[in-house]
Design a binder for this molecule. Structure first.
Ligand code: GRF
Length: 203
């Protein structure tokens, strides 16, 4: 499978994919393109260090940027689009052009079918589904004991597509948003690799 990885920031999950590819954990996969909507995203530098095509695509007008992105994805013959810390919301028109071919990593627990306001964790507790940009903070503020990360298919509704895989992360006493976000990221680094493996098996 030919992957495009879309980033907006540090790109530690992109790095996890690069490492998995280099250590043969993703046979049959290759990253053919890395795109960032931020010129200074460290993810771009990670890509360049590993000699991967890396592009900064400004995102001032969504319709225009999406058109450019579609052209790029077609040109590079991308099979799977991995949103790994990508902070822009796509239009339904964009998403519908790549059915089941866009996956997103979200730092919270999302139900199997993606929808609904609650999630039942492995210990039976019912927790709210935290969507959007500050999921770790929301989990702390809600006082839940368990959060996690989910890789899900992207549908027009934000952070609400069917899940591919997920993992729980316990919230510890003394957790701050940064500490929790960091522990979630550690889990994500293997989750994102697992998600690509799963996708390749089901695609
Ligand atoms: C991850 O926590 C991901 O769940 C969220 O953004 C973060 C990206 O981190 N969507 P990085 O850029 O891969 O380090």
């Amino acid at each position: 499978a030919r992957l495009a990885v879309l980033v907006s920031g540090s790109g530690s999950n992109l790095q996890a994919l690069i490492d998995a590819l280099e250590s043969q954990q993703l046979p049959g996969a290759q990253i053919v393109l890395v795109v960032s909507n931020k010129a200074d995203a460290y993810g771009l530098q990670r890509a360049l260090k590993h000699r991967l095509p890396a592009l900064y695509l400004p995102w001032k007008q969504r319709a225009q940027s999406e058109q450019q992105l579609v052209a790029l994805l077609r040109l590079f013959e991308v099979d799977l689009i991995v949103l790994a810390g990508w902070m822009r919301i796509f239009s339904a028109e964009f998403i519908e052009q790549f059915p089941r071919r866009i996956i997103n990593l979200h730092p919270a627990l999302i139900p199997d079918d993606g929808s609904g306001a609650t999630f039942t964790s492995s210990d039976g507790s019912i927790i709210p589904v935290f969507r959007g940009m500050h999921a770790a903070r929301q989990a702390l503020e809600a006082g839940v004991k368990i959060t996690g990360s989910t890789v899900h298919y992207v549908t027009p509704e934000v952070d609400a597509g069917p899940m591919l895989c997920r993992q729980e992360v316990p919230i510890l006493t003394g957790d701050t948003e940064d500490k929790l976000q960091e522990r979630i990221k550690q889990v994500e680094h293997s989750l994102i690799v697992e998600a690509v493996q799963l996708w390749m098996r089901t695609a």
